[in-house]
Design a protein around this ligand. Structure first.
Ligand code: ATP
Ligand code: MG
Length: 445
């Protein structure tokens, strides 16, 4: 019926054609217009095509546009070698060791250009004893490049000049049906790269796509293979989940598929404590919301939230053992960060900010004298305050404390003075050493 209608309106062009082993879906059917492609990606595909190369927008961007979502970035695939791409675009550089890519810069915008990769079977693939690919760096043609991608929805090629989509694996139908289906035998593909299991979770949670039954089935038996993946790559993928704007769905899905164990050891611990779970889910929901409002989120803030209840637990034990609160906090932070490092490689570069956020928490309860003013001047006040609000919302501290700081930070001087609490008897006043009188010396003539 629809076909008939489209045929009447658009004539012959509204038909899926084929070219070699791929289907060619015309604009009239898929509706993704050249205008929807970023300026940079168009410059790159036009430039490459003008120089006689093939060039397509590929991967997540085509999928997202078909799903009527705004792509995060635009990747381009071409048959030009990295050196040939590099020569065509003045502001570009070759990156990557395992597989060389070219980044072409347009102001803030970076377009990632990859040369068609070959199918693994075509080269003598190097794998470890579990089937994990150690090498995957041979150039190939467009069809081979499609076959080495993970899901059918991620293997569509869009040509901005003709506005046609090239589809080798029924990715167009799958995307339309919101199905995430692995290209090739799923078990082999997970063995080649176990991170694909996490990608399935992330993409289905983020895009509301159903993981096709055959694609989901082997995950349960193969999840142990994730132990075999380098820590830095796991962390990368976990960060992508946490910062996907759909972190809560990702975490639910991970737990549903029993994939969270070992992957996020911190979640294993935290999600089992009622207070911790509430706090973490609030932090994640807060992150998702910020992202949907296009606000920035800092990974350090997120890690600080994920680990907070571990820090609190360690701190409590030390305080009960008679350590002083501030010293106990320093020791608790080091203890938790140390333990965490061994499990999930949270980069050291986040430590300083995480510690600042945690340390400042103790100072929010001090609401007398000059202390609140000094806290307001801390460069990390905003993040620490946002963190405090999460603690309030989770029921860990009184709501009133958050409301007090909300008012205090924007009140005028008079109101601030009124709000200050009286010094308590236990508040130790810092005794200043009496200043030595300056010695007056004669200024030499
Ligand atoms: P996102 O919206 O998160 O960017 P994406 O699908 O674009 O999702 P990228 O990591 O940007 O994800 O990867 C770009 C493309 O590269 C994918 O669409 C897919 O075709 C291919 N790809 C990425 N990771 C893998 C993998 N582990 N195995 C096979 N193909 C992959
Ligand atoms: Mg992408």
């Amino acid at each position: 019926m629809i076909r008939k209608f489209l045929k009447r309106v658009f004539g012959k062009s509204a038909k899926i054609k084929s070219a070699g082993n791929s289907k060619v879906i015309p604009f009239e059917l898929h509706g993704v217009a050249r205008l929807q492609i970023s300026y940079g990606a168009l410059k790159v595909t036009d430039g490459l095509q003008a120089a006689g190369f093939k060039a397509y927008v590929v991967g997540g961007a085509v999928r997202d546009l078909l799903l009527k979502r705004i792509p995060k970035d635009f990747d381009v695939a071409t048959n030009a070698t990295p050196e040939e791409v590099r020569r065509l675009f003045r502001r570009s550089r070759i990156i990557g060791r395992r597989f060389r890519l070219v980044h072409v810069m347009f102001g803030e915008d970076i377009v990632e250009v990859s040369t068609f990769r070959s199918m693994i079977e075509a080269v003598d693939a190097q794998t470890d004893e579990h089937g994990r690919l150690l090498r995957d760096n041979q150039f190939g043609d467009q069809e081979q490049d499609a076959a080495r991608r993970d899901f059918t929805a991620n293997a569509l090629f869009y040509d901005p000049s003709s506005q046609d989509i090239y589809d080798y694996h029924e990715g167009y139908a799958d995307t339309r049906n919101s199905v995430l289906r692995m290209i090739g035998p799923p078990e082999v593909r997970y063995r080649e790269d176990p991170v694909r299991m996490l990608r399935a979770v992330r993409l289905s949670a983020k895009l509301g796509m159903q993981i096709y039954s055959d694609t989901a089935k082997p995950i349960f038996a193969l999840k142990g293979l994730l132990d075999n993946v380098p820590q830095a790559r796991l962390l990368d993928e976990v960060l992508k989940m946490l910062l996907s704007g759909h972190s809560v769905e990702c975490i639910h899905k991970l737990r549903e598929m029993d994939l969270h164990h070992g992957l996020l050891p911190l979640l294993d611990v935290i999600l089992e404590q009622p207070m911790g779970e509430k706090f973490v889910l609030l932090a994640l929901r807060n992150t998702d919301e910020r992202l949907s409002q296009e606000k920035t989120v800092s990974p350090a803030f997120l890690f600080a939230s994920l680990l907070w209840h571990e820090v609190l637990a360690a701190w409590n034990i030390r305080v009960e053992q008679g350590e002083r609160p501030v010293g106990a906090m320093h020791a608790a932070m080091d203890e938790v960060l140390g333990r965490q490092k061994a499990q999930l490689a949270i980069p050291h570069r986040h430590d300083a900010v995480m510690k600042e956020i945690w340390l400042l928490q103790q100072r929010f309860s001090q609401r007398s004298g000059q202390r609140p003013f000094r806290l307001l001047e801390q460069p990390r006040f905003r993040a620490a305050y946002d963190f405090l609000l999460l603690r309030c919302a989770s029921g860990e501290v009184e709501e009133e404390l958050g409301l007090w700081w909300d008012e205090f930070q924007s009140a005028n001087a008079e109101r601030q003075a009124e709000m200050l609490q009286p010094e308590q008897a236990g508040d130790k006043k810092r005794r200043r050493k009496p200043r030595k009188k300056p010695v007056l010396t004669d200024v030499p003539a």
